[in-house]
Unconditional design. Structure first.
Length: 413
Protein backbone atom coordinates (compact mmCIF):
# COMPACT_ATOMS: atom_id res chain seq x y z
CA UNK A 1 0.00 0.00 0.00
CA UNK A 2 1.52 3.31 -1.11
CA UNK A 3 0.11 6.63 0.05
CA UNK A 4 1.14 10.25 0.29
CA UNK A 5 -0.44 12.44 2.96
CA UNK A 6 -0.01 16.18 2.44
CA UNK A 7 -0.97 19.41 4.22
CA UNK A 8 -0.84 17.53 7.55
CA UNK A 9 -1.45 20.19 10.19
CA UNK A 10 0.89 18.43 12.65
CA UNK A 11 2.87 15.22 12.20
CA UNK A 12 3.33 14.07 15.79
CA UNK A 13 6.11 12.03 17.44
CA UNK A 14 8.68 12.34 14.66
CA UNK A 15 12.02 10.82 15.57
CA UNK A 16 15.10 9.72 13.70
CA UNK A 17 16.14 7.31 16.46
CA UNK A 18 14.51 5.21 19.14
CA UNK A 19 14.93 6.22 22.73
CA UNK A 20 13.31 5.08 25.95
CA UNK A 21 12.27 8.45 27.33
CA UNK A 22 12.96 9.21 30.98
CA UNK A 23 12.19 12.13 33.27
CA UNK A 24 12.59 15.50 31.56
CA UNK A 25 12.93 13.87 28.13
CA UNK A 26 9.32 12.75 28.37
CA UNK A 27 8.26 16.40 28.16
CA UNK A 28 9.48 16.69 24.58
CA UNK A 29 7.22 15.53 21.77
CA UNK A 30 8.91 16.27 18.43
CA UNK A 31 6.50 17.35 15.67
CA UNK A 32 6.54 18.78 12.16
CA UNK A 33 3.91 21.42 11.37
CA UNK A 34 2.43 21.54 7.86
CA UNK A 35 3.93 18.22 6.84
CA UNK A 36 3.80 15.40 4.31
CA UNK A 37 4.25 11.68 4.93
CA UNK A 38 5.03 9.06 2.32
CA UNK A 39 4.01 5.43 2.95
CA UNK A 40 5.58 2.75 0.77
CA UNK A 41 4.88 -0.99 1.01
CA UNK A 42 3.18 -0.54 4.38
CA UNK A 43 6.13 1.29 5.93
CA UNK A 44 7.11 4.88 6.58
CA UNK A 45 9.32 5.78 3.65
CA UNK A 46 9.85 9.49 4.17
CA UNK A 47 8.36 12.70 5.54
CA UNK A 48 9.07 16.40 5.79
CA UNK A 49 7.55 19.85 5.88
CA UNK A 50 5.43 21.02 2.94
CA UNK A 51 8.22 23.17 1.54
CA UNK A 52 9.92 19.89 0.53
CA UNK A 53 6.72 18.19 -0.74
CA UNK A 54 7.53 15.52 -3.37
CA UNK A 55 4.81 16.58 -5.81
CA UNK A 56 6.10 14.35 -8.58
CA UNK A 57 5.17 11.08 -6.81
CA UNK A 58 2.50 9.41 -8.87
CA UNK A 59 0.57 7.66 -6.08
CA UNK A 60 -2.68 8.01 -4.12
CA UNK A 61 -2.63 11.30 -2.23
CA UNK A 62 -4.65 12.28 0.84
CA UNK A 63 -5.21 15.90 1.83
CA UNK A 64 -4.85 16.06 5.64
CA UNK A 65 -5.58 19.78 5.96
CA UNK A 66 -6.55 20.59 9.55
CA UNK A 67 -5.76 17.06 10.69
CA UNK A 68 -3.00 15.46 12.75
CA UNK A 69 -1.15 12.22 12.14
CA UNK A 70 0.25 10.29 15.09
CA UNK A 71 1.81 6.85 15.37
CA UNK A 72 -0.84 4.40 16.62
CA UNK A 73 -1.08 3.75 20.35
CA UNK A 74 0.91 0.83 21.70
CA UNK A 75 -0.96 -1.11 24.37
CA UNK A 76 1.64 -3.12 26.27
CA UNK A 77 -0.68 -4.70 28.85
CA UNK A 78 -4.02 -6.32 28.03
CA UNK A 79 -5.99 -9.45 28.79
CA UNK A 80 -8.24 -9.02 25.77
CA UNK A 81 -8.66 -12.72 25.09
CA UNK A 82 -11.43 -13.65 27.53
CA UNK A 83 -14.85 -15.27 27.57
CA UNK A 84 -18.04 -13.58 28.69
CA UNK A 85 -18.19 -10.57 30.96
CA UNK A 86 -18.58 -9.76 34.66
CA UNK A 87 -21.14 -6.98 34.81
CA UNK A 88 -22.89 -8.63 37.77
CA UNK A 89 -19.70 -8.15 39.82
CA UNK A 90 -19.70 -4.53 38.69
CA UNK A 91 -23.19 -4.18 40.18
CA UNK A 92 -22.04 -5.97 43.36
CA UNK A 93 -19.24 -3.44 43.71
CA UNK A 94 -21.68 -0.55 43.28
CA UNK A 95 -23.67 -2.07 46.13
CA UNK A 96 -20.62 -2.11 48.38
CA UNK A 97 -18.57 -5.27 47.90
CA UNK A 98 -14.87 -4.77 47.22
CA UNK A 99 -12.88 -6.34 44.36
CA UNK A 100 -11.07 -8.50 46.95
CA UNK A 101 -14.34 -9.60 48.60
CA UNK A 102 -15.81 -10.63 45.24
CA UNK A 103 -12.66 -12.62 44.45
CA UNK A 104 -12.68 -14.37 47.84
CA UNK A 105 -16.26 -15.56 47.14
CA UNK A 106 -15.11 -17.34 43.98
CA UNK A 107 -15.87 -14.45 41.66
CA UNK A 108 -13.21 -12.42 39.95
CA UNK A 109 -10.52 -14.21 37.99
CA UNK A 110 -11.95 -17.65 38.90
CA UNK A 111 -15.33 -16.62 37.52
CA UNK A 112 -13.68 -15.69 34.19
CA UNK A 113 -11.66 -18.93 34.23
CA UNK A 114 -14.84 -21.00 34.58
CA UNK A 115 -16.39 -19.23 31.61
CA UNK A 116 -13.23 -19.53 29.53
CA UNK A 117 -12.74 -23.23 30.16
CA UNK A 118 -16.30 -23.83 28.96
CA UNK A 119 -15.84 -21.79 25.77
CA UNK A 120 -14.62 -23.34 22.53
CA UNK A 121 -11.51 -21.98 20.86
CA UNK A 122 -13.59 -20.75 17.89
CA UNK A 123 -16.02 -18.90 20.13
CA UNK A 124 -13.15 -17.44 22.16
CA UNK A 125 -11.55 -16.24 18.95
CA UNK A 126 -14.79 -14.57 17.81
CA UNK A 127 -15.33 -12.78 21.12
CA UNK A 128 -11.70 -11.64 21.30
CA UNK A 129 -11.55 -10.60 17.65
CA UNK A 130 -14.38 -8.11 18.26
CA UNK A 131 -12.35 -6.52 21.03
CA UNK A 132 -9.24 -6.36 18.87
CA UNK A 133 -11.21 -4.74 16.03
CA UNK A 134 -12.66 -2.28 18.51
CA UNK A 135 -9.26 -1.20 19.88
CA UNK A 136 -7.76 -0.93 16.41
CA UNK A 137 -10.60 1.41 15.44
CA UNK A 138 -9.71 3.47 18.53
CA UNK A 139 -6.12 3.79 17.38
CA UNK A 140 -4.20 0.86 18.86
CA UNK A 141 -1.62 -0.53 16.44
CA UNK A 142 0.35 -2.98 18.61
CA UNK A 143 -0.84 -4.99 21.57
CA UNK A 144 0.35 -7.37 24.26
CA UNK A 145 -2.12 -10.08 25.24
CA UNK A 146 -1.93 -12.21 28.38
CA UNK A 147 -3.29 -15.63 29.18
CA UNK A 148 -4.35 -16.19 32.80
CA UNK A 149 -8.04 -17.03 32.56
CA UNK A 150 -7.35 -20.65 31.64
CA UNK A 151 -5.55 -21.78 34.80
CA UNK A 152 -4.99 -25.26 33.37
CA UNK A 153 -2.64 -26.29 30.59
CA UNK A 154 -5.29 -26.82 27.96
CA UNK A 155 -7.16 -23.59 28.57
CA UNK A 156 -4.02 -21.46 28.93
CA UNK A 157 -2.82 -22.83 25.59
CA UNK A 158 -6.24 -22.15 24.07
CA UNK A 159 -5.92 -18.47 25.06
CA UNK A 160 -2.39 -18.12 23.70
CA UNK A 161 -3.35 -19.83 20.44
CA UNK A 162 -6.21 -17.38 20.01
CA UNK A 163 -3.77 -14.50 20.58
CA UNK A 164 -1.46 -15.98 17.96
CA UNK A 165 -4.30 -16.34 15.44
CA UNK A 166 -5.30 -12.72 16.02
CA UNK A 167 -1.73 -11.67 15.31
CA UNK A 168 -1.68 -13.66 12.09
CA UNK A 169 -5.03 -12.34 10.88
CA UNK A 170 -4.55 -8.67 11.79
CA UNK A 171 -0.89 -8.17 10.87
CA UNK A 172 -0.08 -5.85 13.74
CA UNK A 173 2.63 -6.50 16.33
CA UNK A 174 1.22 -8.76 19.05
CA UNK A 175 3.20 -10.05 22.04
CA UNK A 176 1.86 -12.97 24.05
CA UNK A 177 2.38 -13.38 27.77
CA UNK A 178 1.86 -16.53 29.84
CA UNK A 179 0.08 -15.64 33.09
CA UNK A 180 -0.57 -19.06 34.61
CA UNK A 181 0.03 -17.54 38.06
CA UNK A 182 -2.98 -15.22 37.89
CA UNK A 183 -5.06 -16.95 40.60
CA UNK A 184 -5.09 -20.28 42.37
CA UNK A 185 -7.52 -22.62 40.56
CA UNK A 186 -10.04 -24.50 42.77
CA UNK A 187 -8.38 -27.88 42.06
CA UNK A 188 -5.27 -26.54 43.85
CA UNK A 189 -7.08 -24.90 46.77
CA UNK A 190 -4.67 -24.75 49.75
CA UNK A 191 -1.98 -26.28 47.51
CA UNK A 192 -0.31 -23.18 46.12
CA UNK A 193 3.20 -24.70 45.96
CA UNK A 194 1.83 -27.63 44.00
CA UNK A 195 0.21 -25.23 41.51
CA UNK A 196 3.45 -23.31 41.10
CA UNK A 197 5.29 -26.56 40.52
CA UNK A 198 2.61 -27.49 37.98
CA UNK A 199 3.13 -24.17 36.18
CA UNK A 200 6.88 -24.69 36.11
CA UNK A 201 6.98 -28.39 35.26
CA UNK A 202 3.92 -28.82 33.03
CA UNK A 203 2.46 -25.63 31.63
CA UNK A 204 5.55 -23.58 30.93
CA UNK A 205 7.56 -26.26 29.05
CA UNK A 206 4.56 -27.03 26.84
CA UNK A 207 3.94 -23.35 26.09
CA UNK A 208 7.62 -22.61 25.48
CA UNK A 209 8.05 -25.67 23.27
CA UNK A 210 5.22 -24.50 21.03
CA UNK A 211 6.52 -20.91 21.05
CA UNK A 212 3.19 -19.64 22.32
CA UNK A 213 4.56 -16.96 24.64
CA UNK A 214 7.07 -14.12 24.51
CA UNK A 215 6.89 -13.24 28.21
CA UNK A 216 5.91 -14.60 31.60
CA UNK A 217 3.74 -12.78 34.15
CA UNK A 218 2.63 -13.29 37.77
CA UNK A 219 -0.02 -11.54 39.84
CA UNK A 220 2.26 -10.68 42.77
CA UNK A 221 -0.21 -9.58 45.44
CA UNK A 222 -1.48 -10.44 48.92
CA UNK A 223 -3.94 -13.32 48.57
CA UNK A 224 -2.58 -14.33 45.15
CA UNK A 225 1.16 -15.04 44.71
CA UNK A 226 3.89 -13.78 47.02
CA UNK A 227 7.38 -12.55 46.27
CA UNK A 228 8.99 -16.00 46.63
CA UNK A 229 6.42 -17.48 44.21
CA UNK A 230 7.12 -14.65 41.80
CA UNK A 231 10.89 -15.20 41.94
CA UNK A 232 10.43 -18.90 41.27
CA UNK A 233 8.24 -18.24 38.26
CA UNK A 234 10.38 -15.44 36.82
CA UNK A 235 13.43 -17.70 37.06
CA UNK A 236 11.62 -20.61 35.44
CA UNK A 237 10.53 -18.28 32.64
CA UNK A 238 14.12 -17.17 32.17
CA UNK A 239 15.24 -20.79 31.76
CA UNK A 240 12.82 -20.98 28.81
CA UNK A 241 14.02 -17.67 27.38
CA UNK A 242 11.00 -15.67 28.58
CA UNK A 243 11.51 -12.27 30.16
CA UNK A 244 9.01 -11.23 32.76
CA UNK A 245 6.39 -8.49 32.82
CA UNK A 246 4.68 -8.65 36.16
CA UNK A 247 1.58 -7.41 37.98
CA UNK A 248 2.84 -5.71 41.16
CA UNK A 249 1.77 -3.15 43.76
CA UNK A 250 -1.87 -3.04 42.66
CA UNK A 251 -3.24 -3.12 46.20
CA UNK A 252 -0.16 -3.60 48.41
CA UNK A 253 3.57 -3.03 48.28
CA UNK A 254 5.02 -6.42 49.26
CA UNK A 255 8.49 -6.39 47.70
CA UNK A 256 7.60 -7.48 44.18
CA UNK A 257 9.38 -4.55 42.56
CA UNK A 258 12.71 -5.45 44.14
CA UNK A 259 12.30 -9.05 42.98
CA UNK A 260 11.33 -7.95 39.46
CA UNK A 261 14.33 -5.64 39.16
CA UNK A 262 16.71 -8.33 40.45
CA UNK A 263 15.33 -10.68 37.81
CA UNK A 264 15.67 -8.12 35.02
CA UNK A 265 11.95 -7.90 34.40
CA UNK A 266 11.10 -5.99 31.25
CA UNK A 267 8.28 -4.15 33.02
CA UNK A 268 6.47 -3.79 36.33
CA UNK A 269 2.80 -3.03 35.79
CA UNK A 270 0.02 -1.45 37.92
CA UNK A 271 2.01 0.32 40.70
CA UNK A 272 -1.03 1.99 42.22
CA UNK A 273 0.49 1.61 45.70
CA UNK A 274 4.12 2.73 45.73
CA UNK A 275 6.48 3.45 48.61
CA UNK A 276 9.41 5.85 48.32
CA UNK A 277 11.66 2.80 48.47
CA UNK A 278 9.86 1.18 45.51
CA UNK A 279 10.61 4.28 43.43
CA UNK A 280 14.25 4.26 44.58
CA UNK A 281 14.62 0.61 43.57
CA UNK A 282 13.51 1.35 40.01
CA UNK A 283 16.23 3.97 39.48
CA UNK A 284 19.12 2.92 37.23
CA UNK A 285 17.47 -0.32 36.16
CA UNK A 286 16.20 -1.50 32.79
CA UNK A 287 12.75 -2.37 34.20
CA UNK A 288 10.02 -0.10 32.81
CA UNK A 289 7.17 1.07 35.07
CA UNK A 290 3.75 0.75 33.40
CA UNK A 291 0.68 2.58 34.74
CA UNK A 292 -2.89 1.45 34.03
CA UNK A 293 -5.12 4.44 34.84
CA UNK A 294 -8.42 3.03 33.61
CA UNK A 295 -8.08 0.20 36.14
CA UNK A 296 -7.85 2.88 38.85
CA UNK A 297 -10.91 4.60 37.41
CA UNK A 298 -12.98 1.43 37.23
CA UNK A 299 -12.02 -0.01 40.64
CA UNK A 300 -11.84 3.37 42.41
CA UNK A 301 -8.33 2.63 43.65
CA UNK A 302 -5.42 5.08 43.76
CA UNK A 303 -3.77 6.19 40.53
CA UNK A 304 -0.13 5.26 40.02
CA UNK A 305 1.98 8.19 41.28
CA UNK A 306 3.19 8.78 37.74
CA UNK A 307 4.30 12.35 38.40
CA UNK A 308 6.63 11.12 41.14
CA UNK A 309 8.00 8.39 38.89
CA UNK A 310 8.79 10.83 36.09
CA UNK A 311 10.18 13.40 38.53
CA UNK A 312 12.52 10.65 39.79
CA UNK A 313 13.90 10.52 36.22
CA UNK A 314 12.25 7.19 35.43
CA UNK A 315 10.65 6.14 32.17
CA UNK A 316 6.90 5.60 32.23
CA UNK A 317 4.63 3.68 29.88
CA UNK A 318 0.83 3.68 29.88
CA UNK A 319 -1.42 0.75 28.97
CA UNK A 320 -5.10 -0.17 29.12
CA UNK A 321 -5.15 -3.47 31.10
CA UNK A 322 -8.26 -4.37 29.02
CA UNK A 323 -9.86 -7.27 30.95
CA UNK A 324 -13.32 -8.33 32.16
CA UNK A 325 -12.74 -7.66 35.88
CA UNK A 326 -10.83 -4.48 36.52
CA UNK A 327 -10.89 -2.68 33.14
CA UNK A 328 -13.54 -3.69 30.61
CA UNK A 329 -12.28 -1.06 28.19
CA UNK A 330 -9.29 -0.89 25.85
CA UNK A 331 -9.58 2.72 24.72
CA UNK A 332 -6.06 4.17 24.75
CA UNK A 333 -7.45 7.66 24.05
CA UNK A 334 -9.13 7.51 27.44
CA UNK A 335 -5.85 6.32 28.99
CA UNK A 336 -4.06 9.38 27.61
CA UNK A 337 -6.83 11.63 28.97
CA UNK A 338 -6.81 9.98 32.40
CA UNK A 339 -3.03 10.26 32.59
CA UNK A 340 -3.35 14.01 32.06
CA UNK A 341 -6.44 14.59 34.20
CA UNK A 342 -5.76 12.24 37.12
CA UNK A 343 -1.99 11.78 37.12
CA UNK A 344 -1.06 15.30 36.02
CA UNK A 345 1.02 14.23 33.04
CA UNK A 346 1.34 16.82 30.30
CA UNK A 347 -0.09 15.78 26.90
CA UNK A 348 3.50 15.38 25.66
CA UNK A 349 4.34 13.00 28.52
CA UNK A 350 1.13 11.02 28.10
CA UNK A 351 1.61 10.64 24.33
CA UNK A 352 5.26 9.61 24.78
CA UNK A 353 4.19 7.08 27.43
CA UNK A 354 1.56 5.59 25.09
CA UNK A 355 3.72 5.40 21.98
CA UNK A 356 7.53 5.31 22.23
CA UNK A 357 7.86 4.12 25.84
CA UNK A 358 4.99 1.68 25.45
CA UNK A 359 6.76 0.18 22.43
CA UNK A 360 9.82 -0.43 24.63
CA UNK A 361 7.59 -2.05 27.27
CA UNK A 362 6.75 -4.77 24.72
CA UNK A 363 9.98 -4.65 22.71
CA UNK A 364 8.45 -3.47 19.45
CA UNK A 365 10.29 -0.15 19.33
CA UNK A 366 11.89 -1.07 16.01
CA UNK A 367 8.45 -1.51 14.43
CA UNK A 368 6.14 1.08 16.00
CA UNK A 369 5.97 3.91 18.56
CA UNK A 370 7.07 6.86 16.42
CA UNK A 371 7.05 8.37 12.96
CA UNK A 372 10.46 7.06 11.93
CA UNK A 373 11.68 5.95 8.52
CA UNK A 374 11.42 2.18 8.16
CA UNK A 375 8.81 1.67 10.89
CA UNK A 376 5.38 0.22 10.10
CA UNK A 377 2.85 2.71 8.75
CA UNK A 378 0.57 2.14 11.76
CA UNK A 379 -0.98 5.57 11.98
CA UNK A 380 -3.81 7.60 13.46
CA UNK A 381 -5.34 10.29 11.22
CA UNK A 382 -7.44 12.60 13.37
CA UNK A 383 -10.53 14.59 12.48
CA UNK A 384 -10.03 18.34 12.18
CA UNK A 385 -8.79 19.31 15.66
CA UNK A 386 -6.79 22.33 16.82
CA UNK A 387 -3.80 20.56 18.43
CA UNK A 388 -2.61 17.30 19.98
CA UNK A 389 -3.47 18.64 23.46
CA UNK A 390 -7.10 18.69 22.30
CA UNK A 391 -7.06 14.86 22.31
CA UNK A 392 -6.71 14.39 26.10
CA UNK A 393 -8.60 17.64 26.79
CA UNK A 394 -11.71 16.56 24.92
CA UNK A 395 -11.89 13.34 26.94
CA UNK A 396 -14.31 10.58 26.08
CA UNK A 397 -14.88 11.93 22.57
CA UNK A 398 -13.63 10.21 19.46
CA UNK A 399 -11.43 12.36 17.24
CA UNK A 400 -10.08 9.60 15.03
CA UNK A 401 -11.00 9.77 11.36
CA UNK A 402 -8.97 6.78 10.19
CA UNK A 403 -6.51 4.21 11.52
CA UNK A 404 -3.93 2.68 9.20
CA UNK A 405 -2.21 -0.65 9.87
CA UNK A 406 0.74 -1.14 7.55
CA UNK A 407 -0.73 1.65 5.46
CA UNK A 408 -4.16 -0.01 5.10
CA UNK A 409 -7.22 1.91 6.29
CA UNK A 410 -9.10 -0.01 8.99
CA UNK A 411 -12.22 2.07 9.57
CA UNK A 412 -13.21 2.74 5.95
CA UNK A 413 -11.28 0.08 4.05
O1 LIG B 1 -4.59 -6.58 35.73
N1 LIG B 1 -4.82 -7.79 38.75
C1 LIG B 1 -4.80 -8.81 38.12
N2 LIG B 1 -5.33 -9.06 36.94
C2 LIG B 1 -6.19 -8.19 36.19
C3 LIG B 1 -7.62 -8.28 36.59
C4 LIG B 1 -8.12 -9.63 36.62
C5 LIG B 1 -9.60 -9.75 36.73
O2 LIG B 1 -10.24 -9.17 37.62
O3 LIG B 1 -10.14 -10.48 35.89
C6 LIG B 1 -5.66 -6.78 36.24
O4 LIG B 1 -6.29 -5.88 36.80
FE1 LIG C 1 -3.50 -6.81 34.09
Amino acid sequence: MNLLFYNIQTLVQVRSENELLKGEDMKILPCIENAWLYIKDGKIEDFGSMDTYPQHLNIEKIDAQGKLILPTWVDSHTHLVYAGNRESEFVDRIKGLSYEEIASRGGGILNSAKKLQATSEEELFDQSEKRLQEIIAMGTGAVEIKSGYGLNTEAEIKMLRVAKKLEEKYQLPVKKTFLGAHALPPEFKNKKSAYIQHIIDEMLPEIAKNKLADYIDIFCEKGYFDVQDSIQIMQAGKRHGLKSKIHVNQFNSIGGIQAAVENNALSVDHLEVMTKQDIEILKNTSTIPVALPSCSLFLSIPYTPARELINANLALALASDYNPGSTPNGNMNLIVSLACIKMKLTPEEAINASTMNAAYAMEVENQVGSITKGKLANLILTENIPSYSFLPYSFGNNHIKEVYIQGKPQINP
